[in-house]
Design a binder for this molecule. Sequence first.
Ligand code: UDP
Length: 425
Amino acid sequence: MEYPQWGNGSVNGQAHSGTLLPDTTGPEVHLVGGSRAEAIKLAPVVDWMHRRARMRPVLVDSGQHDSMFEQALGSFALRPDLRLRNDQGCTGQASHAEQLSGMVRLLDEHLMLRRPAAVVAQGDTTTALATALAAFWRGIPVVHLEAGLRSHNVRAPFPEETTRRLVAQVSTLHLAPTSRAAENLRSEGLGGSGVLTVGSTAVDAAIRVSGRPVAFTDPRLEAVEWRARCGNCRLLVVTVHRQESWGAPLAGVLNALTTLLQRHPDLEVVLPIHPHPALRKQVMTGLFGTDRVHVTAPLPYDAFCRLLSTARLVLTDSGGVQEEAPIFGVPVLVLRENTERVEAVEAGCSVLVGTEHRRLADHVSRLLQDSADRQAMVYAGNPFGDGHAGHRVEHAIAWMLGLEQTPPCPPQSVRYTPSERLRTE
Ligand code: UDP
């Protein structure tokens, strides 16, 4: 376990907000993450804790995904306050059991030493489960951020559907992104007054970075983004990171992309992909000889949002992207057979298309050709909150700790058009 020195550091040349500054007062709240998605969704909460300055946020890197957590925090000028060294659990080959056992042991040691007033576990990762269990066993209240998402199928997403349910069992405060997620928890008999609807902090994060003059390090992306903005090409952004998408499902997606590039000569594809050797090999082999496809390393969050905002459509198996794309008015085609973000499907901003080659290619072609269908998705609105979730989360935790008299009010449903949103930035 590595404890940092007190004081400021520097991230990307900007002053780091220094969560462990000695003059910060109030109870310590430890926010634990290990993946890119956790960093992005925890950052707005840390930001609000700094602004209100009545609790001391401590960002803990569980070490689940090498540098992904830290890289994503960089887009918010944050960095972890401490890193757990989970040597057996962070090799990329480690089983869930190895990851979980290593993390629980380290977190237990850490929580025993620091005794925070509360811990925040985000979402449905092994890190979230380890955090929740370690805190629960030490009698420390667990705040579950992004609580209540349910696909109602324990096999998909696997193991995340069950991980969320387990975290919910030991949580004191359940912070749901939508009223549907809160309803899911209530219908399972969980939470009582400890279930609050706060919105998705992914919306806050995307709004925070959108419109930044961020540069791409890869010159191909500068060029393709410019062509897309000038109307000289139509851009498809594709992300496929889930392990269950590798193999046959990914082959279906790659075949569909090849077909689409043949059908639409002005189409270009950007595919940021995890640098896992087997995954990279499958992508490079599947797209061999295809022009107008740009395969890149995972992009920094602000650069990814810049690219996403220029896309005609996004094809993704990611949860976070399903929440962010509607903010930019980009229709989402979900490369899965089910989703726990049903709200987006019902609102009309995303469609479940799966990964079958013909079905996927035909659906994309239809949206590219039929502007009425695409426009309906563009203007469907964003069902995941109003960009003030981080503020509500801070308020809710303060309420749980007795620093506020009443809990925060839920967000109103948001129905803005993308252009209205961009004007308010
Ligand atoms: N993302 C990113 N760079 C990329 C691709 C995605 O920063 O090259 C962001 C994306 O905006 C989203 C998050 O990563 O907020 C999603 O993470 P991931 O797909 O790994 O996890 P999930 O959301 O499915 O839990």
